[in-house]
Design a protein around this ligand. Structure first.
Ligand code: IZC
Ligand code: ZN
Length: 407
């Protein structure tokens, strides 16, 4: 073996190549005094301690919990500037949508992303990716949507492509030209939707820069009908689809995702009972973002109700400069237990296997099983409960990415 992890105090992993739902979401295998062998970047042994298995590099995990690498299925990784000036506006009572309507919010990040050069964006997001890895994220998704014009959307997606070539974290790219209506189109949303459908989507498809297409289905942004138009056009070009829905108000986001057969619907704070049931019937994964609820000081999505109604639940950071300036998955993991009332086992599945399924990577990552990528975390923690109970500091001791010890 290239690497052997021996004497593992506790190994915790879901199993399988697709999402877990309902009562199965808590089916996590726990092994004590376990061993993992890694060869050629893949998991080649997992089970009880076996002294006949030798490794070029041996890591003793006597005191440690070991889990699959975390999968952050929802980020807005590539952006210019930050939005710290909005903090005082918020404290004075301005809502997320108030700030956006006055030309701030997403539109302020759009201005800063248009101004930034590709190299500046690359340097900044490369540094962010390294920090994400050090906090346990081994695979993530990254959305465009801070360009809102062809050139800048392509610039963002090209940055993601270059980041992927650096092999820090594997990144799944999502085109999100329908993130907001740019100010030039304020009075003519239809013309912007035409631009997304007839110019941006075909070019992104031609250049093979994204696997998913996402749209912000929200009151005052894109309606369910707009979203349907955009995502249906994307599907015709071969994109998989997702949507941001029911984040601020109940607006048929869940229903629209079910109707369109999206892989996932994200946020869902205000999702209706019916919408949730329709998602379950259509196998749509709920990607929930509790750190955003915390930051917007809004309610929390009804994760328990979703699991009880057979919706597969994943949890992600929503890392972005506005509503969730945090890339550390451990914070939403804490919130998943404390606010959503998920058990540690359900929450582990939500940030590994189900998150991987939400970005169509669950046959490669999301569990510690023979043949999967060796993306593994060794925690400064004795067991699974510990990482959901303790919070506020980085509990990751070591990270193995593609079979290489990185931290
Ligand atoms: O920059 O505000 N919700 N999009 C939808 C975001 C949050 C990101 C942002
Ligand atoms: Zn988002």
């Amino acid at each position: 073996m290239d690497i052997v992890l021996k004497n593992i105090k506790q190994l915790a992993t879901p199993k399988g190549t697709t999402f877990k739902r309902g009562v199965e979401q808590k089916d996590v295998t726990i092994l004590e005094n376990a061993m993992i062998g890694i060869k050629d970047g893949k998991i080649a042994y997992v089970g009880k301690m076996d002294l006949s298995i030798q490794g070029k590099q041996v890591i003793d995990c006597t005191d440690n919990l070991v889990t699959p690498g975390l999968v952050d299925a929802h980020t807005h990784l590539v952006f210019g500037g930050w939005r710290q000036n909005e903090l005082e506006l918020k404290l004075n009572g301005a809502s997320y949508l108030d700030i956006l309507k006055s030309g701030g919010g997403i539109l302020s990040t759009v201005n800063q992303t248009i101004k930034a050069s590709e190299d500046e964006l690359l340097d900044k997001s490369k540094s962010l990716l390294k920090q994400m890895l050090a906090h346990g994220t081994t695979t993530c998704e990254a959305k465009s949507g801070y360009g809102l014009n062809l050139e800048t959307e392509l610039k963002q997606l090209n940055v993601v492509k270059k980041l992927n070539e650096l092999n820090i974290i594997d990144i799944v790219p999502t085109f999100m030209g329908a993130h907001a209506v740019p100010k030039e189109y304020k009075e003519n949303k239809e013309a912007y939707i035409d631009l997304v459908i007839n110019t941006m989507l075909p070019e992104v498809s031609k250049q093979k820069l994204a696997m998913f297409c996402d749209a912000f289905c929200e009151d005052g942004i894109f309606s369910p009908d707009d979203t349907e138009k955009i995502l249906s056009a994307a599907k015709k070009l071969g994109f998989e689809t997702k949507l941001h829905g029911d984040e601020i108000v109940s607006y048929k986001g869940a229903e629209t995702a079910a109707k369109l057969g999206c892989i996932s619907a994200e946020h869902l704070i205000e999702a209706s009972d019916d919408g949730i049931k329709q998602m379950a019937a259509k196998n749509v994964i709920a990607v929930l973002l509790p750190a955003t609820s915390f930051y917007l000081d809004k309610g929390f999505a009804r994760a328990r109700f979703m699991i009880d109604n057979n919706v597969p639940v994943a949890i992600a950071t929503d890392f972005n400069p506005g509503s969730s300036p945090n890339f550390n998955m451990q914070f939403p993991m804490n919130l998943a237990c404390l606010k959503y009332k998920l058990t540690p086992k359900e929450a582990l599945t939500a940030v590994t296997l189900n998150a991987a399924a939400a970005i169509k990577k669950s046959n490669e990552v999301g569990s510690i099983e023979l043949g999967k990528k060796a993306d593994i975390i060794i925690w400064n923690a004795p067991d699974l409960n510990f990482i959901f109970y303790k919070y506020g500091n980085n509990l990751v001791s070591k990270v193995i990415k593609n079979g290489v010890l990185k931290k």
